[in-house]
Design a protein around this ligand. Sequence first.
Ligand SMILES: NC(=O)c1ccc[n+]([C@@H]2O[C@H](COP(=O)([O-])OP(=O)(O)OC[C@H]3O[C@@H](n4cnc5c(N)ncnc54)[C@H](OP(=O)(O)O)[C@@H]3O)[C@@H](O)[C@H]2O)c1
Length: 232
Amino acid sequence: MKMKKICIVGASGKLGQYMVQHALDRGLEVVGVCRERSVGKLDRFKGRMAVIPGATDDRAVIEQAVKGCDGVLTVLVPWGVHQYASGTAQAVLDHAPPSARLVFSCGWHITKDGQDVYTWKLKAFVKVFGWLARAARLVELDDQVEACRRIFASNAQWTVVRGSDLEEGESQGLPVWSRHVGDPILKSNMTRRVDFALFMVEALENDELIHEAPAIVGCQTPSALAFRTGSP
Ligand SMILES: NC(=O)c1ccc[n+]([C@@H]2O[C@H](COP(=O)([O-])OP(=O)(O)OC[C@H]3O[C@@H](n4cnc5c(N)ncnc54)[C@H](OP(=O)(O)O)[C@@H]3O)[C@@H](O)[C@H]2O)c1
């Protein structure tokens, strides 16, 4: 489906700003949603996009923002302990036009079919970090899991893009992907954030990614270069 107008939920974050840039570069009309206090982070795009300030789990804000959009890019973040991620996902699922392409971001720790194979390091990180962060009332990893469970169960035209570890730097091109964490092509576990954003924006018009949860890795990483032909 050819995109004309899209909404970016969580536009002021690092990933969000890269997505705004890629979308504007493609000539798309962009509506961004971000917290009121973060609107200034989008100043460099002033006059080139519409901004709707508000919490991304505010259903009225999302209803207004996604009106008439062909696609919605949503940054799912685990911040806070008030079901922020699942509230955001639910608002997008409920209010986006039924034909809209919905693309959500999350990390490798999310699994769609339970077939992912995790290193002990990632398992330990999720367990320890998740527990500590929840205890400090900062982060709620379980709620990102719940958000994705709802997305996977919906009939909408969704894609859940699962990011590896991230780094800053110049674009290296579109990341490669695989259905399961643990596949050799993903071994390098590193993607440039600008390219994560590129994958999100490109996914809007890639129907092969509908109802997929691609785990991505930078296309110039050693594992991607070694297993290039293995991408599904
Ligand atoms: N960081 C990683 O290493 C990593 C690895 C794999 C996948 N990912 C995924 O990549 C995506 C982007 O992550 P990122 O780490 O690069 O961060 P990011 O793009 O900078 O996004 C952070 C977002 O969280 C919002 N936020 C921050 N504190 C908040 C709070 N207390 N309450 C509500 N919202 C809050 C920010 O909004 P404001 O602009 O208003 O502050 C911003 O939209 C996420 O889906 C994440 O799961 C990240």
